[in-house]
Design a protein around this ligand. Structure first.
Ligand SMILES: [Fe+2]
Ligand SMILES: [Fe+2]
Length: 138
């Protein structure tokens, strides 16, 4: 079984610091899938999941939304909090049962949610933030 998420250029927000982090999330997710499939050690899977604790990314994004005066920053932060809760469940699952096959399935589900978030919610603020950043530079 091979699972891969290939980065889709349509997911680019045009905001370099966010695009770099989104792409890295995808890259790490693919490392995790490969590790699950080949049965590599729990520590390797753990290190990937540690990175996928997207708190750093969420903070970066929320700080940018606040700095540019995006009106729906609180609602966006609530979506991040919901994803972070899902992720914490995933980590607890790893702690309790180890990196078994069903962890891959649950992680896959989590990453699909993350992908949908980028596509539907991050891309929704992208034009506003790009314009605000350009106006600041002008
Ligand atoms: Fe994001
Ligand atoms: Fe977001």
């Amino acid at each position: 079984m091979t699972i891969r998420f290939d980065w889709d250029p349509a997911l680019e927000t045009g905001i370099p610091e966010l695009d770099i982090q989104h792409r890295e999330l995808f890259r790490r997710a693919n490392v995790l899938f490969a590790a699950c499939v080949t049965g590599r050690g729990a520590e390797e899977i753990r290190s990937v999941l540690d990175f996928l604790g997207t708190h750093l990314h969420f903070r970066t994004e929320e700080a940018l939304l606040t700095a540019t005066g995006f009106s729906a920053v609180a609602a966006h932060a609530r979506r991040h909090a919901s994803l972070a809760t899902d992720f914490q469940r995933l980590l607890r699952h790893l702690e309790s049962v180890g990196p078994r096959e069903h962890l891959l399935i649950r992680t896959n589900g989590f990453l699909l949610k993350e992908l949908r978030h980028i596509k539907n919610e991050d891309l929704a603020f992208a034009p506003f933030v790009r314009a605000a950043v350009a106006a600041r530079k002008a």
